[in-house]
Design a protein around this ligand. Structure first.
Ligand code: KIV
Ligand code: ZN
Length: 535
């Protein structure tokens, strides 16, 4: 772990400096990912982590290394890969957790250990069975241990908003003395209100000993729909770190949505007077990437990134907009990375035009990724006359590494009959050189394709969710197929786009099979490394 780059106590961050800035702590890959339906494999997590670094998040919570070998490997891989963002690992106040987190962060350029321990009476009595003194001693001992590994240590008082404020002051004062550099007061159960938030943060900043030595942080859940409002209230009362997730994903009703907090601070800058380091033009593409990787779409009317967020349907609104945009528009779609024009390239467009357009849409690709998108773009242009922004976005998002083997689709034929069964024939290629053909009958062409793929690959899957959406308008629009299937007691997601929805479905099913096969491969590689290490 590179302690040189770890952040020292910074006295300016806890107060109101001239250039006031709030740190954005993203926990999409930890609190977000642990919610049912949002699990991501290692490759998806790495892809998301890189997008979050490009977005400009200050701290990225990559996972909980002690939870499983897979979580450990994901944190380690992200820690190795990111250059500017601080990579954070979650740990309970237990020796094993702290040591494991430190190991997962060893190769990080900037790292943080995030410790948490419940402080509320309910949790002390029913969850931990600990007295106040035991909670205090455990927190202090754990912070001191974590500080031996890392200069940047965050302490979270779980269920802080239902903790006696005087006890919270005691715990946070002891935490600072033990070396914690960030103090987080989570509303773990989404119970609090904005005015209570202001009251608590004002009280903490006034009464915690040496409060200026630490950054105060907020972490809100959305059980009563107030996570964003509560986070902003905490900021207005001096919190200088906000913990949040893309699209607001997270435990139960979710966490505070990053894009909403960032845009509120930007649009209402004169009100808050506090900046973030986020490149807001990457908000929409990052949100779309997450939906692609998890297979979970956001609701149409979701603030900032929903499909309807910038649509003006009523005649009165449209009339006003035509006269002066600001009559009904408080932010421009381009500010969050939604491009203004939609009709773009065609079959004669070159790499340069494609790259430029993708950059306008917020997708900056390296040369290898660009070559792959260009190849798919040309193939699409042969099938589709007008290529719209949504199509390009789909191609860029289709760069999901899961699209690349070990299995790929060689041939696909389906037929269906009114009132009868459907049949599918697939020919699949494997990177080891095998080609396998299989046929199956199903209740419809989608069912038949899935059964044929199951047979050909020998992977059993139980389909749990299937959704197809048009990515743009018109009869030749690309269809986005998203599947969730159960295999080995886990839900797996796959998605793909094509102008042919059955083909998109087959690719999505193969993405699932590929994930399963690669995961098994990664696990056996990890096991042999571990064996080697203990031999
Ligand atoms: O909600 C919560 O209390 C948490 C902590 C681990 C920070 O997620
Ligand atoms: Zn949480």
């Amino acid at each position: 772990m590179n302690s040189q780059t770890a952040q020292p106590n910074d006295t300016s961050e806890g107060g109101d400096s001239a250039e006031d800035r709030v740190r954005i702590f993203d926990t999409t890959l930890r609190d977000g990912e642990q919610a049912p339906g949002f699990s991501m494999d290692r490759r998806a997590k790495l892809c998301m982590a890189q997008a979050l670094e490009a977005l400009g998040v200050d701290i990225l919570e990559a996972g909980f290394p002690q939870a499983s070998p897979d979580d450990f490997a994901a944190v380690e891989e992200i820690a190795r890969s990111l250059r500017n963002t601080t990579v954070c690992a979650l740990a309970r106040c237990q020796t094993g957790d702290i040591d494991t987190s430190a190991r997962a962060l060893e190769r990080a350029h900037r790292s943080r250990i995030h410790l948490f321990l419940s402080t509320s009476p309910l949790h002390r009595e029913h969850k931990l069975g600990m007295s106040k003194q035991q909670v205090l001693d455990t927190a202090v001992a754990s912070i001191e241990r974590a500080r031996k590994y890392c200069a940047d240590v965050e302490f979270s008082a779980e269920d802080a908003l239902r903790t006696e404020p005087e006890f919270l002051v005691e715990v946070f004062s002891a935490a600072i003395a033990a070396g914690a550099t960030t103090l987080n007061a989570p509303d773990t159960v989404g119970y609090t209100t904005p005015s209570e938030m202001v009251e608590l943060f004002t009280y903490l900043r006034k009464n915690v000993r040496d409060a200026h030595k630490a950054v105060f942080s907020t972490h809100c859940h959305d059980d009563l729909g107030m996570a964003v409002a509560n986070s902003l209230a905490a900021v207005s009362a001096g919190a200088r770190q906000v913990e949040c997730t893309i699209n607001g994903i997270g435990e139960r009703a979710g966490n505070a949505a990053l894009e909403e907090i960032v845009m509120a601070l930007k649009v209402r800058a004169p009100h808050f007077g506090i900046a973030t380091g986020i490149d807001t033009r990457k908000l929409y593409p990052t949100s779309r990437l997450l939906t692609q990787l998890t297979g979970q779409v956001v609701q149409r009317n979701k603030a900032v990134v929903g499909e309807n967020a910038f649509a003006h349907e009523s005649g009165i609104h449209q009339h006003g907009m035509l006269k002066h945009r600001s009559t009904y528009e408080i932010m421009r779609p381009q500010d969050v990375g939604i491009a203004e024009t939609t009709l773009v390239l065609g079959k004669h467009s070159g790499r340069h035009a494609l790259r430029q357009r993708l950059e306008t849409l917020g997708h900056t690709l390296d040369d290898e990724a660009m070559e792959s998108v260009f190849k798919h773009f040309k193939a699409l242009a042969d099938r589709k006359r007008d290529i719209r922004d949504e199509d390009l976005e789909a191609l860029a998002l289709g760069l999901d590494p899961d699209a690349t083997g070990p299995w790929h689709l060689v041939q696909l034929n389906t037929s269906s009959h009114l009132g009868g069964n459907a049949s599918a024939n697939v020919k699949l290629g494997h990177e080891d050189g095998r080609e396998v053909s299989e046929a199956a009958i199903g209740d419809g062409p989608v069912d038949a394709v899935l059964r044929a793929i199951e047979r050909a690959t020998g992977t059993d899957m139980v389909l749990k969710r299937f959704q197809v959406r048009a990515m743009s308008e018109g009869g030749d629009a690309q269809g986005h197929a998203q599947l969730t299937a159960r295999h080995a007691q886990r839900d797996w997601q796959g998605s793909s786009v094509s102008t042919d929805i059955i083909e998109a479905t087959a690719h999505a099913a193969l993405a699932i099979v590929n994930r399963i096969e690669r995961q098994a491969r990664d696990n056996s590689a990890d096991a042999s490394v571990l064996q080697g290490a203990t031999a």
